[in-house]
Design a protein around this ligand. Sequence first.
Ligand code: OSB
Ligand code: MG
Length: 376
Amino acid sequence: MQLERAELRVVSLPLLKPFRTSFGVMTDKNFILLRLFGGGLEGVAEGVMDLRPDFREETISGALALLQETVLPAVLGRDWRNPEHLMGRLSGVRGNRMALATVEMAFWDLWARSLGQPLSAVLGGVRDAVPVGVSLGIQSSVDATVDSAVQHAEQGYRRIKLKIQPGWDVDVVRAVKAALPGTPVTVDANAAYSLAHLNTLRELDTLGLDYMEQPLAWNDMRDHAKLQALMNTPLCLDECITTAQDARKALETAACRLVNIKVGRVGGHLEARRVHDVAASFSAPVWCGGMLESGVGRAHNIHLATLENFTKPGDTSSSSRYWARDLIHEPLETSGGMMSVPAGHGIGVTLDLPFLDTITQRKIEVGPLRQAVAGR
Ligand code: OSB
Ligand code: MG
């Protein structure tokens, strides 16, 4: 597969409703959209880094520079047999998993299209629809949260995840559990607690949560292991896991009992599949996380979630929960708590280019350089 050229865009897509987490409020989803061109075909992916480094350390501006100046020049103008071959060329890049994922994922889409196969089939997926839950941001009141949780459960969503932070935790969880005794409920703190909050964390431990996601610092597996030893509720890591080796260490040290896999966080589909396989070897379930992606990232997530060990409902809920208008033509909507895998080649969705142009803030064309900045 000859990679001929690339187009990087910085896109800003307005959210229907602000999404509040322990690290801030998002009103617009800003992201890098990458289109890779080769053999008369196109592959597309979006990055999950944000303007500020408040989830993990990567940012849109940093990733843009790295992609434009180093990563893309190293892979454009060459022929790549498959995603492994391409990523071998980039194996010297340390960290920057979100930036690498953007390129890797766009290449998978392009490659699967060149094979005339859906991405899920090329990845080795075993389902044509995946179970999904919702992630509910921090709301203005407990009552508003209960109403939203009940509405989503009635729509068929199979798990309700509540964003929490110190001061917004035990009361809201108790109220939602009381309203929905039969529905799996989880919480996601996005690293807002420390072991100094042990009393609150212990109280949350008594509320019958399915699991608790990333309560402690984004880069601290050690304290998660300490906490897991004190809790019945399984811990699930998100921010802490960017490689399969991270997942192995987390499971080996019992820092968690399950893993949220975000393909955009771990460096792409190859590494996501390795994380999935490591977790399976520990009999630990995984589920597919989300970063409020547009239809492009969402489609990638859905294809990945067809792998066997994605047994828990993921965060890839209906696009219409997030956007008045998405940047792809195909609607990605759940039915009965299941999201169908987009049919067709590659990720199975197509860009609405006229609309995309209206939400594009920057557009950069990248071609093969005579001398790649990244070296040989
Ligand atoms: O931690 O899973 C997270 C959204 C933005 C950043 C981080 C997270 C989230 C979500 C929403 O929980 C997942 C989604 O609906 O895409
Ligand atoms: Mg999370």
